[in-house]
Design a protein around this ligand. Structure first.
Ligand code: ADP
Ligand code: MG
Length: 617
């Protein structure tokens, strides 16, 4: 047989490597910024257009490159950072693989201008899809400017795979945060579509965190410091009461390189054990310094995962150091979250002045229009027993209002019978059904053939979910105006998300007066949302978006309806009075899909008389 093995041409090899190194515009941002840092820059400018799809430019004032180096830098395995194999074990730079520029140049239009301090003139090189288009002499300041245009221009499948500009911008911001947090002594500028998103002056690490995540962050931080033979740890953790539902701000840096480590993350969770609720995530910014010889950075092309020689020791040290800081800064005594209301209200509602109680009137309520009231008062129907607060008075009123307007069984009776997946729905509703609550978790009711056990929380999620979806579709949501506008502080990227989904939020009843870079002013909320939960709900929404629900093909409205339903539903552990139980049962079986929760979990089980009889044999 003839020889069939051939070496891949360089541009093909580069495209293949690009597949690993460059997943999206944010990957380019990371590589270019890291190169600028390795070049010893003291100021780095990042310019982005259209989520990085049209343009990514990084300008630095670092050492620059000679004419020869400028040309060589685009070759694969061209690097100035290692000369011999042993260097790999003493890395103090970000790059070493020498493939970033070659990969980027294979899949984009790249222009580089660079000049060293010794040279009088700069080099200007243009490359498109690995082909050098031009190389000229030009005038430019010392340092390097790398312009990457039309990413994936020659790989349409990859280009089409990119998400919306906003989503890509968010990924870029994440990378930018990581690099900027690891290098507080460097001055960073970030421009997006012509406007300045960040201007981070040279500072210490605490100021850098605050400059990125907002002034309110300062009060949340507890310092962490430990110096051992194995590792030196510095940085900050956020106080347990500021733990958030969204994963948000969790950063590990090892030798000034951002890394992901589920294992070390677990060590932090261990330190916070018992201090925060299970569903909340602690914030941390931790900088570890270890001997470069004791880690292997090579295991991942994008270099975000590393291997430590002695992970177990590191784990133990980290955990006890964080625990120690929590104790030392006296955050532990106020930590009984069963009683401490502050933990429920991370936005300092406690400091607000008292507000007059108010009565909400559903101005769009029309008694002659079927189910017009139903969409807007989901929660009040299931009022809990023993609520003694002022609120409950009004809740009760709303509840009656809701019932009169047909939010109970009546309005649904006719549509429930058709196309039902639950054959006994009719008998369930029209016999004088009795219900009871089992272990504050299930609502049990009888049907002719036996009984149904309903998960109260999932059932309510389903009811609310369908209501919100309906509201969004027919745009009939009613908003309650807040007496005082509510100002909430978020990080810039969180604000960007709120801005992105603002339209959908408005369709369910949120009214925003102003969304600035770090602050959101809310003047109206959906009728069923208590003011104290607005911040928590928005947090949850942001977190759901960050986890890229969108990627799985869910629409914005769907995520919104799901999140609201999850946040506002009756929870396991809540006592429901008998009226509420009955209303819940009726509303559930009035739903289009009463069998599964919005998150695809079963809502109820039926136990037939036969099943029970069998137990007695
Ligand atoms: P690596 O960073 O792994 O060495 P790259 O492909 O990212 O590989 O860069 C190749 C080489 O080009 C670097 O080693 C460096 O010498 C040079 N280089 C890249 N970017 C810059 C820059 N902004 N300033 C100076 N030199 C640079
Ligand atoms: Mg590099």
């Amino acid at each position: 047989m003839a020889d069939i093995i051939k070496l891949l041409p360089d541009h093909v090899a580069n495209q293949i490597a690009a597949g690993e190194v460059v997943q999206r515009p944010a990957s380019v941002v990371k590589e270019l910024m890291e190169n600028a840092i390795d070049a010893g820059a003291s100021t780095i400018k990042l310019v982005v257009k259209d989520g990085g799809k049209t343009l990514i430019q990084v300008i630095d004032d670092g050492v620059g490159m000679s004419v020869t180096d400028a040309r060589l830098s685009f070759e694969r395995h061209a690097t100035s950072k290692i000369q011999k194999a042993e260097d790999l074990f003493q890395l103090n730079t970000k790059g070493f693989r020498g493939e970033a520029l070659a990969s980027i140049a294979a899949i984009a239009h790249v222009e580089m201008q660079t000049r060293t301090a010794e040279d009088e003139v700069a080099t200007h090189i243009k490359i498109e899809g690995s082909k050098i288009i031009s190389q000229e002499v030009t005038v430019a300041p010392k340092g390097t400017s790398m312009m990457v245009k039309n990413l994936f221009f020659n790989i349409p499948a990859r280009r089409n795979f990119l998400k919306s500009n906003n989503v890509e911008l968010r990924h870029i911001m994440d990378e930018f945060h990581r690099v900027a947090l690891a290098h507080s002594s460097i001055n960073f500028h970030f421009y997006n579509n012509g406007s300045e998103l960040f201007n981070l002056p040279t500072s210490n690490s605490r100021q850098r965190i605050v400059n990125i995540f907002g002034a309110k962050t300062n009060e949340k931080l507890v310092p962490v410091n430990e110096d051992t033979q194995v590792v030196q740890i510095s940085g900050y953790i956020s106080k347990p009461e500021y733990a958030k539902k969204s994963r948000g701000e969790q950063f590990f840096f090892v030798n000034n390189r951002f890394i992901k480590s589920p294992y070390l993350h677990h060590a932090i969770l261990g330190a916070f054990d018992g201090l925060i609720k299970k569903e909340n995530h602690p914030g941390y910014f931790l900088y570890l310094t270890v001997d470069p010889g004791s880690i292997d950075i090579n295991i991942h092309p994008t270099k975000t995962e590393i291997k430590f020689d002695d992970e177990h020791t590191l784990y133990a040290i980290l955990r006890s150091t964080v625990k120690h800081s929590l104790g030392q800064f006296n955050v532990i005594p106020s930590l009984d979250f069963e009683q401490d209301q502050n933990l429920e209200t991370p936005y300092n509602y406690k400091d607000k002045t008292a507000e007059l109680p108010r009565i909400n009137v559903d101005s769009s309520f029309n008694p002659f229009k079927e189910s017009s009231g139903s969409g807007n008062a989901p929660r009040p129907n299931y009022h809990k027993q023993n609520t003694k607060s002022w609120d409950s008075l009004y809740v009760g009123m709303e509840s009656n209002l809701g019932k009169n307007s047909g939010f109970s069984s009546v309005s649904f009776e006719s549509d429930t019978i058709t196309g039902s997946i639950f054959e006994n729905k009719k008998e369930l509703i029209d016999t004088g059904t009795t219900t009871f609550q089992l272990r504050r978790k299930y609502v049990v009711t009888t049907i002719k053939s036996g009984m149904v056990v309903i998960d109260q929380s999932r059932a309510h999620q389903r009811v609310l979910y369908e209501k919100f979806l309906k509201n969004i579709t027919i745009k009939e949501a009613v908003s309650q105006q807040l007496l005082f506008p509510l100002s909430l502080t978020f990080s810039k990227s969180d604000c960007a998300i709120i801005e992105e989904i603002q339209d959908s939020l408005t369709t369910v009843g949120f009214v925003f007066d102003n969304i600035s870079e770090e602050e959101v002013t809310v003047t109206g909320v959906p009728l069923s949302v208590p003011e104290s939960e607005v911040g928590i709900i928005l947090d949850q929404l942001i977190s759901d978006y960050q986890q890229d629900f969108v990627v799985d093909g869910f629409s914005q409205t769907d995520i919104l309806a799901k999140t609201l339903a999850k946040s506002l539903s009756v929870k396991t552990g809540e006592i429901l009075d008998s009226d509420s139980q009955l209303a819940l049962v009726n509303d559930l079986f009035a739903c289009k899909e009463s069998g599964v929760s919005p998150f695809n979990k079963p809502i109820y089980v039926t136990i037939t008389e036969d099943d029970i009889d069998k137990k007695f044999i």
